[in-house]
Design a protein around this ligand. Structure first.
Ligand code: FES
Length: 108
């Protein structure tokens, strides 16, 4: 079971930008690319570096630590789709942006 949380407008990145969010104990890398928002877990599966400051090119974020690239929409590592970063759904309703996060029973 998941729950939704509204992202405050002031915390939303501008087009082409990114933000680091801590919401309900979750660390989220939020990107605004190609007219959409993408939310990924802010921990690279390689060695845990923050992805929030990574460069975005062609719908992929490049980890600032060692350069691995992850698809913003799927979280999959480029050329190795079995390795991925957790992604979180974003919904926009009446101009408000909501992030869906797993409920407590989903994480055990
Ligand atoms: S920690 Fe991200 S590529 Fe190494």
């Amino acid at each position: 079971m998941s729950f939704r949380i509204e992202i405050e407008p002031a915390r939303l990145p501008a087009a082409g930008g990114h933000a680091w969010l801590r919401l309900e104990g979750w660390c989220i890398a939020l990107f605004h690319a190609d007219g959409r928002y993408y939310a990924l877990d802010d921990s690279c599966p390689h060695q845990g570096a923050s992805l929030a400051g990574g460069k975005v090119v062609d719908g992929k974020v490049q980890c600032p630590a060692h350069g691995l690239r992850f698809d913003l929409a799927t979280g999959c590592l480029q050329n190795v789709p079995t390795v991925k970063v957790v992604t979180y759904p974003i919904h926009i309703e009446e101009g408000r942006v909501y992030l869906s996060l797993p409920g407590p029973e989903s994480t055990t």
